[in-house]
Design a protein around this ligand. Structure first.
Ligand SMILES: [Zn+2]
Length: 320
């Protein structure tokens, strides 16, 4: 952490070389803190033990501290921004608080879905908007974890989207129109922005701004590879595929009779094969269930009647 309190309750910033003679305390739990000034890490404060602190659940990585300071400077060019402002009614400390209402959370390591849900709902209950920006360990790779899906945002213009912070290359990335194929490999559009260039708050609003309709081309794939993939999953008794197969049987259908001239690509979290037979229970934490369901329904309707080569944002499917 970068902000501590001195014994008079004044905010002290670790970057401004606090006196080593003084004592410093956690603004949330009031425990006394250690000041650390190393070669690798940004100077910072740390709890001796985190077990009694309700506002901090982990000591931060060098990446987290450094990103926090860089985004603070970036926001500071145009907005009111506060570093580690403790919000006593929520018992939470967002990494940055922008214009008193927007909580910026820089997530660099894993956290439980339970904790993510609590933190998100707590912000919303008190009228804060929360934006999650992900460090290296949480970038989208070939597929997405459940945690990553629960960190996605949604807009009519960009569908499911996800923010990544690349400290090494000093880039902010927006991945949007996130879709998955049958093997849960992801495809998406990527927009890249250089740190400290442009208005950061405007960039973060990009998914909600009126824009030219973004389009994503589905990679070429022959039908046989989808057939072979499903056959292999069934042969190896992959549990999720056995479940799908059972559902198909109940409905007098067979997975291998699907039309493999179609490309089975769908918005993240939509199981195209089982969608007609079962209710979607999936609730992603950052998203409104009704937006997601509408998107899935309209996408599915379009999918049934088209041989797709391109993917579009949700609003496109409203009008089809
Ligand atoms: Zn504390």
């Amino acid at each position: 952490m970068i902000i501590a309190e001195d014994k008079y309750g004044n905010r002290v910033n670790s970057i401004q070389q606090p006196s080593l003679m003084d004592s410093y305390f956690c603004p949330a739990c009031k425990a006394s803190l250690i000041f650390k000034n190393g070669l690798v890490y940004t100077p910072h404060f740390a709890h001796r033990t985190l077990k009694d602190c309700h506002a901090w659940s982990e000591n931060e990585s060098a990446q987290h501290l450094s990103l926090k300071l860089q985004l603070f400077e970036w926001f500071h060019q145009s907005e009111k921004v506060e570093l580690e402002k403790y919000l006593p009614e929520l018992e939470q400390t967002p990494d940055l608080l922008v214009n008193d209402r927007i909580a910026i959370e820089i997530q660099c390591s894993s956290l439980s879905l339970k904790r993510l849900k609590e933190r998100t709902e707590n912000y919303q209950a008190y009228g804060f908007k929360v934006i999650w920006l992900m460090g290296k360990d949480l970038w989208i790779q070939k597929g997405m974890t459940t945690l990553q899906k629960n960190l996605m945002g949604f807009s009519e213009n960009r569908g499911f989207y996800f923010w990544e912070l690349d400290e090494k290359n000093q880039k902010l990335r927006l991945k949007s129109l996130i879709h998955e194929d049958l093997a849960h490999h992801t495809m998406y559009l990527t927009d890249v922005f250089e740190f400290q260039k442009g208005n950061l708050l405007s960039l973060l609003r990009l998914p909600f701004e009126k824009q030219k309709c973004p389009v994503l081309e589905i990679p070429e794939q022959d039908g046989k590879s989808q057939f072979d993939f499903i056959q292999r999953q069934l042969y190896h008794c992959a549990p999720s595929w056995l479940k799908k197969q059972a559902l198909f049987y109940e409905n007098q259908k067979h997975l291998l009779d699907l039309d493999f001239s179609k490309k089975y690509v769908a918005p993240a979290g939509l199981d195209l094969l089982c969608f007609p037979f079962q209710k979607v229970e999936q609730k992603f934490i950052q998203l409104h269930h009704k937006d997601t369901i509408r998107y899935y329904q309209e996408y599915y309707r379009y999918f049934q009647t088209h041989h797709q080569s391109f993917l579009y944002p949700p609003y496109f499917y409203h009008t089809q």
